[in-house]
Design a protein around this ligand. Structure first.
Ligand code: 6PG
Length: 254
């Protein structure tokens, strides 16, 4: 039984989505740090999240987050060296982490250069080590969504989509021609909050399916996201929302 609350926040443009996401991250960090003394966030790969990282690195936002109390994880990683142009870590480092005063020891990257199963096991150990006395529970998990309905590296048809025991798994993604390491639905759904960032007309058709058709995560992995005790926010632009029925577009924010 999940008690997740789902919010759909529609903004006019990708830039509006990015600004709204930055405000939500700042607010989530302040709440978590006030409550527990730290902010544990899992970042996403992809071009939509990248725009958010670039905005968070600007003085307008970077000065509003207490980076000394932030722990950064990733929702997934390509099994590549950390300096590979396709590495989510490299993208995030260049867009954000090199530009803010976050302690190096609090950047918990997935070692994509290691054998996939070894990288997944080590990453899960690093995640659980941060929660010695309680189940793993990220304060915020950022997610993008592909036009096939994948999220993180939970792609249609993958075994990982049904994983309910482990927090992190490695799996070969034939469609991408590479191994990936990903948080599992168990890890994602343990979060206090999940924030999807989805923009562009290419996502409109799949977004309608994800939000308006019966749950079928094997076909639409983004549907697996339903935090047990948490919130899910879909922060989407008008182009991605274009196929949603009016009643689904709860909040067209001007
Ligand atoms: C990855 C991401 C992936 C991404 C989506 C959306 O490693 O590629 O984790 O899940 O978020 O593919 O990407 P865009 O926002 O670029 O469409």
């Amino acid at each position: 039984m999940t008690t997740s609350h789902v919010e759909i926040d529609v903004r006019p443009s990708p830039g509006d989505v990015t600004a709204a996401a930055a405000e939500r991250v700042v607010a989530a960090a302040a709440r978590a740090i006030a409550a527990s003394g730290r902010f544990v966030i899992a970042l996403s790969g992809g071009s939509t999240p990248r725009a958010l990282y670039q905005m968070l690195a600007t003085p307008l936002y970077a000065t509003r987050i207490d980076w000394a109390k932030v722990h950064v994880f990733w929702g997934d990683e390509r099994c590549l060296p950390p300096d590979d142009p396709a590495s989510n870590y490299r993208m995030t480092r260049e867009a954000l982490l090199d530009l803010v005063p976050i302690p190096v020891a609090q950047v918990h990257r997935i070692h994509g250069e290691d054998p996939p199963d070894q990288a997944a096991a080590a990453y899960e150990q690093g995640l659980t080590a941060l929660f010695p006395d309680a189940p793993v529970r990220c304060d915020l998990v950022l997610l993008g969504m592909g036009d096939d309905g994948h999220t993180a590296s939970l792609f249609p048809g993958l075994t990982a989509v049904g994983e309910q025991t482990r927090l992190v798994v490695a799996e070969h993604v034939a469609k991408m021609g590479m191994w990936r390491v990903t948080l599992t639905p168990r890890a994602i759904n343990a979060a206090a909050a999940v924030l999807f960032l989805v923009t562009g007309a290419s996502k409109a058709a799949v977004l309608r399916q994800v939000l308006n058709t019966p749950r079928e995560p094997a076909r639409l992995p983004a549907q697996v996201v339903a935090p047990v005790r948490g919130t899910v926010t879909w922060l989407i632009d008008a182009a991605a929302a274009a196929s949603l029925p009016q009643e689904t577009r709860q909040g067209d924010t001007p």
